[in-house]
Each structure stands twice: as structure tokens, then as C-alpha cells.
Ligand binder design. Structure first.
Ligand code: AKG
Length: 296
């Protein structure tokens, strides 16, 4: 699926955009299921295992930051990951054996939908090697106004920056950190059906949605089977215990087989501990952990 030039671009820069990676039918199905899930959130009054609510959410106006674990909510989200051109891109970049770390559908509501402060995913879930990436499949057009993803090219080859504030893991870098070269950031806009890929160590973030259109990006966070979590994100996975973890890992295999021999690489790691008071999502981690905003 990917050309040698695209693979080389990803290796050098730590990100890539792949245009129109899903079929019109797949896109229409993803959009319809997403609309239904958002509609069903109207009666929800507190963030729960499905929805992360944004300020101002209510029955008259659903305002979500996120639908959690969409691959557990509807088969279409799993189908697109396991049996589409997305799968081909995955195998091109991570090899034949891959698993899903987590999925999330960030739905940035119109008129102020929350920013995601600058961070490296690696700071949340370090592993034995850094063959991990995130896909960002655009379910609606992403423009400069509705809070596009921004990345700092090449930062995946740099250090893991501090994501701590006031003694806790706040899930964001200090905007004034001299190691954070924000002036080098590029903005990843695109049409519905386009997909971004970002390396687990690349610095990225996104501004609030100041447009009157939702910004909906479906993120799949994927790993090579030999990249074993050192601690893992603050997700359900770590409360499972060994038996359920193993079973869950089978369910999360995207392609190929699990690997029982982790590949150990010399990678920079800083553990995401102690946790923020509310670490139920990146939004809550950054807010309750006292992250300094780069977008204020
Ligand atoms: O939604 C975004 O713009 C970025 C999402 C992200 O980086 C995350 O959820 O870790």
C-alpha cells in the first residue's frame, strides 16, 4: 500500500498523511455509527466507560471530548482496522504481527471543543521498544479552524520530555520547555477519509475547535507484537489480572500472532507516575494534573 518514499518519510519525520484510505461506504458507515453514538449521549450526565463529556454537555447539545474504545462499541470500527487499507498501512509500518493498544474517537465539539495539550504518547505508555504508532482517521473534514492535529517533525527521535507538573504525571509538556520546538510544528488538515499516522514518540497536540463544525478523528493506537508495555496507559487493561489480560490481548490482536519474546531496545523512558487525581482520559489527566496550556 505505502510506497518506499512514504515509508522513508515516516521514518525520517515520524508522521505521514495517507489520503482516502477508506472506501466511501466504509466512511459513510463510520459516520452513521458515530452520529448514533453521539445522539445516544444526550441523556448521559457524567463521563463513564463510553463517553468523556466536555463542558456544557447536556440533552439539548451533546458535547463530547471523546467516545472511548470505539472498537468495543460497534463492529465497523474493528472491521476498518482489521480488514481495510488501514490494515495494509499498519503492516507496512509495523510488520505482520500487531496489536491494538487502545482506540478512541475524539469528537471535538463545535464552538470551543477542548484542546489536547502537547504531549508524546510514549510518555503515557512506554514499552520495550518504540514500534508503536497512532492512526488518526478523519471522519469529517479537518480544517485549520476545527482543531487539527499538529506534530513536531523529527521529535520522535528526540528525548522523552517531562510530562509532570506539581509532582504528578499531568500528561502534557510545559509549553516553555526549551526542548519543545513548537515553531517547527506542522498542521495536519485533510478531507474526511484521509488518515494521519504519528509515531508514539512524536510531540503532538491540537487547539480548541473554534469553528461551527465538529472535528471527528478516530484514533487507533497500535503496536508491534514484540513491543510489550512497561506499565501501560491508565486503561482497563491493567486492572484485568493475567488471565483476563491474556484473553484481552487475543481480542486486541489486529494481525498475526502475539509475541512472547519482547524486543528490548535502548529507548528513553520516564514512568507516568504518580498519576493525576483523575486519569480517566487524556483530557481529565491534563486538567486535573494541572498541565500548563499552550493554547490559552
Ligand atoms: O484529538 C487530538 O487532536 C489529539 C488526540 C491525542 O493526541 C490523544 O488523545 O492522545
Amino acid at each position: 500500500m505505502l510506497t518506499d518514499a512514504q515509508r522513508a518519510f515516516y521514518a525520517d519525520n515520524g508522521y505521514l498523511k495517507v489520503e482516502q484510505v477508506v472506501t466511501p461506504q466504509e466512511l459513510a458507515d463510520l459516520q452513521a455509527v458515530t452520529d448514533d453514538l453521539i445522539e445516544a449521549s444526550r441523556q448521559v450526565t457524567e463521563s463513564d466507560e463510553v463517553y468523556d463529556l466536555d463542558r456544557g454537555h447536556g440533552p439539548d447539545e451533546p458535547r463530547l471530548t471523546r467516545i472511548k474504545l470505539p472498537h468495543k462499541r460497534h463492529a465497523i470500527f474493528e472491521q476498518v482496522l482489521k480488514r481495510s487499507k488501514v490494515t495494509e498501512v499498519l503492516n507496512d509500518l509495523l510488520g505482520p504481527d500487531t496489536f491494538l493498544n487502545t482506540s478512541k474517537l475524539n469528537t471535538k465539539a463545535p464552538g470551543g471543543g477542548a484542546a489536547v495539550e502537547w504531549h508524546q504518547d510514549w510518555a503515557f505508555y512506554p514499552a520495550t521498544n518504540d514500534s508503536l504508532l497512532a492512526f488518526g482517521l478523519m471522519l469529517r473534514d479537518v480544517t485549520p479552524e476545527n482543531g487539527p492535529l499538529m506534530v513536531v517533525p523529527g521529535s520522535h527521535k528526540g528525548p522523552v520530555l517531562s510530562h509532570h507538573a506539581g509532582g504528578v504525571f499531568c500528561g502534557a509538556v510545559d509549553p516553555d520547555d526549551p526542548l519543545f520546538h513548537r515553531d517547527k510544528a506542522v498542521t495536519l488538515t485533510g478531507r474526511a477519509g484521509d488518515m494521519t499516522v504519528h509515531h508514539v514518540r512524536i510531540l503532538h497536540g491540537s487547539a480548541p475547535n473554534v469553528s461551527d463544525r465538529a472535528r471527528q478523528i478516530l484514533f487507533y493506537e497500535c503496536a508491534s507484537a514484540d513491543a510489550w508495555p512497561l506499565l501501560g496507559a491508565s486503561s482497563y487493561i491493567h486492572s484485568l489480572g493475567q488471565k483476563l489480560f491474556w484473553q484481552d490481548l487475543q481480542d486486541r490482536m489486529i494481525t498475526g500472532q502475539p509475541c512472547l519474546e519482547p524486543r528490548l531496545e535502548q529507548v528513553p523512558v520516564r514512568m507516568p507516575l504518580p498519576p493525576a487525581p483523575d486519569n480517566s482520559s487524556i483530557f481529565k489527566t491534563q486538567e486535573s494534573g494541572g498541565a500548563k496550556s499552550a493554547f490559552a
